[in-house]
Design a protein around this ligand. Structure first.
Ligand SMILES: [Zn+2]
Length: 273
């Protein structure tokens, strides 16, 4: 016996349904159209989505269990900041796992599109929820501006979520995140050149976070390395898996930066006029 479970015969690119033909450099290893139960069984044999499933599935469980130990729940005035941050860290991986496990479901293109929207929704949520503690802390000393900015950001994010979950191409999906990215960038500028506040160590971590995330998105769009050697990276090491790993790195940088800010906030007093 080879492996835990003898899977079904896998398909080549040309035999897979057209809505699953999104990477022409991945030539083999496609699961056949499957029921939900068969999709779950595919966790236990080799195919070309296995790396995508586990590269987000394992971090999801690690974050779920380990992050609560490092979040300073009780040391922050507003515990909701901690809850928002925890949900931000969990949201992109769980949506992604569901998408990659069930993408070949017998429901066909309609089910696939719904799952893809769920995957994109998770990415939107980490952008949206992840930035809320950053906005809160940057504008800590200006309560009115702080609340206005949080409201504006949530509205902007709702628009981004609408764009990302209805977009039809990778480029349009990436574009949905540009506005949120520009908003965060303006906060960073306000910290450096304006009267925004925050830990002196966190900004660098947030800039690395955004750079890693953008780089991951670009790698996914340009389909490197499989474009240079079609078929070689079918199961392991293709652009989508590289992006998955970069998303995990970005979440870890978000977590480190937010921890820096939350530790800093304890000892900070806003200047009084
Ligand atoms: Zn993915």
């Amino acid at each position: 016996m080879m492996g835990l479970y003898q899977g079904p015969r896998l398909l080549d690119f040309a035999k897979t349904p057209s809505h699953l033909q999104f990477n022409k450099y991945v030539l083999t290893g496609y699961r056949p159209v499957s029921t939900a139960q068969e999709c779950l069984r595919s966790l236990f044999y080799m195919h070309n989505e296995l790396g995508n499933i586990y590269s987000h599935g394992i971090p999801f469980f690690l974050f779920l269990v380990l992050l609560p130990f490092s979040i300073p729940w009780m040391e922050v005035d507003n515990i909701w900041i901690c809850i928002v941050h925890y949900l931000a860290c969990l949201s992109p991986t769980i949506g992604s796992v569901v998408y990659h496990v069930f993408m070949n479901h017998v429901g066909g293109e309609h089910v696939y599109d719904t799952l893809l929207s769920l995957d994109m929704f998770g990415v939107c949520l980490v952008n949206t929820l992840g930035a809320i503690p950053i906005i809160y802390i940057t504008l800590l000393c200006y309560p009115t501006l702080q609340q206005t900015a949080l409201l504006a950001y949530i509205l902007l994010s709702a628009y981004g979520i609408y764009c990302a979950t209805t977009a039809r191409t990778n480029v349009l999906r990436l574009r949905a995140f540009v506005w949120q990215g520009l908003f965060r960038f303006s906060l960073f500028l306000f910290r450096v050149y304006g009267s925004g506040v925050g830990s002196p160590n966190s900004l660098r971590l947030f800039v690395i976070m955004d750079s890693v995330a953008v780089l991951g998105g670009v790698v996914n769009i340009i389909q490197i390395p499989e474009r240079f050697s079609p078929g070689l990276f079918d199961n392991w090491g293709n652009s989508h898996q590289i992006m998955h790993v970069m998303v995990i790195c970005a979440i870890i940088y978000l977590h480190w930066g937010t921890l820096e800010d939350l530790a800093w906030i304890k000892s900070y007093q806003c200047p009084t006029e």
